[in-house]
Design a protein around this ligand. Structure first.
Ligand SMILES: [Zn+2]
Length: 420
């Protein structure tokens, strides 16, 4: 996407925003931008101030319940959602009918990229509570004309039965929950690759489907192709894995994306993803610091799309890298090492301090008849790949917590604040 086309879209959005959106009018005026025509070039764009989650959160606390990032009167808004609350207190987010349709359009891009059509039958395995999560996937699927199997409030067993009896072809879930469903099916004696019709799984919320070990595990247990997708409540569904599964494309038709060195703020090949959404006029974000750590992949993608590709999707959150004895370790990196052991069913990791030294302890559930052998092998793999000593212990099967949303496998007990 040409930057000029993107800037044209941005100016169209800035016209009403500068007029009536108190939050951005103030921010942009403070930065010397009073008219859409002030943003003519990418250099102008890069002068616009960043938006942070903390800022939005403070604004909602001072102006409850929705803050001042509203371009239209309240009666124009039709959907209320909120962030998952993984980091900090949840933000409330409003969409107008138009901006909610825009979300649906972004999801149709995702469906199109992985070959999902109106002939498919979808199970969007999600609680459909206040978290925006897969509500937008639902809206996009309705626009596409696919059949959606309702499953809010169902148990995992009930969902498996609904997948089988409705010949569901596409499963949408967090990577953690896709694996949990497969585990439940296995306990019920169901051979998913043979008995279920799922051919595509789409994941978000965690890096899993971009991690080779987790992706392979999901694909083999479901007999399907697993695709990653990325997005955020405040931003929209900005990332799409294409059929060659060679990374996550940025949707540069609908978002202006930058990757910046988190320390210098300069453009970089790896760093923090900063995004402006171009179709959510009612409650936009401009140069929003996502906190997602990403890395560009070089060269064109074999799928033929021109948009840039992130290698490994979202590698981690800038605020959840665990610094252990001076090493910067992303939970996703550990997950990828541990789940390469096919007998490991679940794991939990905690970092704690012993005064002078940090210790990493990992509990694993293993189906190996001698689970301690796996524990020793996992510790060796972590030492080889990260140069990090970890205490790995085997615990009985089905004793570690399971999650229907994002997994909570990592805890940092060195501070009073639990990590995200
Ligand atoms: Zn591609």
């Amino acid at each position: 996407m040409e930057i000029q086309t993107q800037l044209h879209r941005l100016r169209e959005m800035l016209a009403p925003v500068l007029e009536t959106n108190a939050f951005y009018r103030q921010k942009l005026t403070d930065a010397g931008v009073t008219h859409p025509s002030d943003v003519q070039s990418f250099a102008d764009y890069r002068q616009l101030p960043f938006t942070t989650k903390e800022e939005l959160s403070t604004d909602q606390v001072s102006h409850p319940p929705y803050g001042t990032n509203l371009t239209f009167p309240l009666e124009r808004y039709t959907c209320l959602h909120r962030t998952s609350g993984t980091t900090g207190s949840p933000l409330r987010w409003l969409d107008t009918a138009e901006s909610w349709d825009w979300w649906g359009k972004c999801w149709r891009e995702i469906y199109g990229a992985v070959g999902v059509t109106s002939a498919d039958r979808l199970m969007i395995a999600f609680s459909f509570g206040p978290f925006i999560g897969f509500w937008s996937a639902y809206h996009g699927a309705q626009q596409l004309g696919a059949l959606i199997i309702p499953n809010g409030g169902m148990t995992s067993d009930q969902r498996i039965r609904a997948i089988l009896s409705n010949d569901v072809t596409v499963l949408i879930a967090t990577p953690t929950y896709a694996l949990r469903l497969a585990e439940v099916a296995e306990q019920d004696g169901i051979n998913l690759p043979e008995e279920a019709s799922i051919r595509v799984t789409i994941h978000a919320g965690e890096p899993g489907a971009s991690l080779s070990a987790t992706k392979h595990r999901i694909e083999s247990r479901w007999g399907a192709r697993a695709y990653d997708h990325a997005g955020a409540t405040e931003v929209g569904a900005w990332g799409v894995m294409c059929e060659p599964q060679a990374g996550v494309h940025l949707n540069e038709d609908e978002f202006i994306c930058e990757v910046l060195d988190p320390e210098t703020g300069n453009p970089a090949d790896e760093g923090e993803l900063v995004i402006t959404n171009l179709g959510r006029v009612g409650m936009p974000v401009i140069r929003y610091r996502t906190g997602d750590y990403v890395q560009f992949k070089s060269g064109p993608c074999e799928c033929g799309r021109q948009s840039r590709v992130l290698d490994g999707g979202v590698i981690g959150r800038l605020d959840n890298a665990l610094i252990i004895r001076g090493l910067n370790v992303y939970p996703a990196t550990l997950e990828n090492i541990i789940l390469k052991f096919s007998d490991v069913q679940e794991f939990a990791a905690r970092v704690y301090g012993t005064g002078t030294l940090d210790e990493l302890e990992i509990q694993i559930e293993s189906t190996n008849p001698n689970p301690n052998d796996t524990a020793i092998a996992v510790a060796a793999a972590i030492r080889d790949e990260l140069g990090l000593r970890a205490v790995v212990k085997a615990v009985p099967l089905e004793t570690l917590p399971r999650s229907e949303l994002k997994s909570n496998r990592f805890s940092d007990e060195r501070t009073s604040q639990p990590r995200a």
